[in-house]
Design a binder for this molecule. Structure first.
Ligand SMILES: [Cu+2]
Length: 318
């Protein structure tokens, strides 16, 4: 739950440190203010029936007051400047993650899913996935962010702070996971109806496991082995699916929706909305609007057998 305070890499650790420093300073100020208040109340003159309205304060009180106000102003200025320095220092530390041998990943946000492209100097080694960012433990990752429609925000609390994705502009974020594990990320900028269902996972794997996974992702889609899956592929390529989705190794290469080349290797469907099980997959294809009203994928009124065939095909795209 307290993901921000449980960093899994150096960038989130810098931010957590700043948080603790700020908390300590604010707690100190809070306690000091309460102490002075208690002291003031204790020292205040008791209600005096003789006190005449408009009576003048005791001689010397004004000087006393000025001294206190000056001291408080100086202390506040010092503390606030200290926090400013700490915040600038954190910013500089965040920019200094060594990027030797960095993995280059592009993340493009869409209403309401994340397109992820793994760059490589050799174009045939590039590959794409969606809503899931697998990275090797201990290796820096340079994430280049942009948006295909409105402003979104990329936030993996256990790895880094937030970064806005703005249409027509690119931003970068450097991160590194030092522990294997799954790190959840929400879209952190309201971006329309299904903003709350625009989640992604960063999955940090030991380097060998990452390489195995990446090698499998680079391959074109598997060929169907049985009749149902063959029929599913036919339906996919003759129906509307290929107007939006790509499956490498087939004629489907549209880019307006998640790449489905290895859809069966992903953990969730619809940016975290559903589990990647045959039941949920069938329910999603039949009526995605039921799970994400307003989503940019239409419902498909398919005969039961056709739906089963599509699920059989997509289910074998490991
Ligand atoms: Cu969003």
């Amino acid at each position: 739950m307290n993901a921000v305070l449980d960093p899994a890499g150096p960038q989130a650790a810098h931010i957590a440190e700043l948080w603790w420093v700020t908390l300590a300073v604010c707690a100190l100020v809070f306690v000091a203010v309460l102490a002075v208040l208690a002291w003031g109340l204790w020292r205040a003159p008791r209600g005096d029936p003789q006190m005449v309205p408009g009576a003048r304060p005791a001689p010397g009180a004004e000087k006393h007051l000025i001294r206190w106000v000056t001291a408080a102003t100086v202390i506040s200025t010092i503390l606030l400047s200290g926090l400013l320095v700490a915040s600038v220092a954190t910013d500089r530390e965040l920019a200094q993650l060594p990027l030797t041998d960095a993995l280059n990943v592009r993340v493009r946000a869409h209403q309401w899913w994340w397109e992820v492209t793994y760059d490589d100097p050799q174009p045939e080694r590039m590959f794409a996935t969606a809503n899931e960012l697998r990275i090797p433990v201990g290796r820096p990752v340079l994430v280049t962010l942009d948006s295909g429609d409105v402003i979104h925000s990329f936030w993996v609390p256990r790895l880094h702070g937030k970064k806005d994705l703005i249409p027509g502009r690119t931003a970068t974020i450097q991160l590194r996971a030092d522990k294997a594990g799954e790190y959840h990320g929400p879209c952190a900028e309201y971006c329309g109806l299904q903003h709350a269902f625009m989640a992604f996972e960063v999955i940090a794997l030991p380097p060998e496991q990452f390489e195995t996974w990446a090698e499998a992702q680079r391959k074109p889609a598997a060929d169907p082995e049985d009749a149902a899956a063959r029929r599913g592929r036919e339906l996919f390529l003759s129906g509307s699916c290929m107007l939006c989705h790509a499956i490498h190794g087939t004629t489907a290469n549209a880019r307006t929706a998640p790449d489905l080349t290895h859809i069966a290797s992903r953990t969730r469907l619809g940016a975290g909305r559903l589990a990647n099980t045959p039941q949920d997959l069938a329910a999603w294809i039949a009526d995605p609007q039921k799970f994400k009203p307003g989503v940019n994928m239409p419902a498909h009124l398919l005969p039961d057998d056709d739906l089963k065939a599509l699920v059989a095909y997509l289910g074998m795209l490991k």
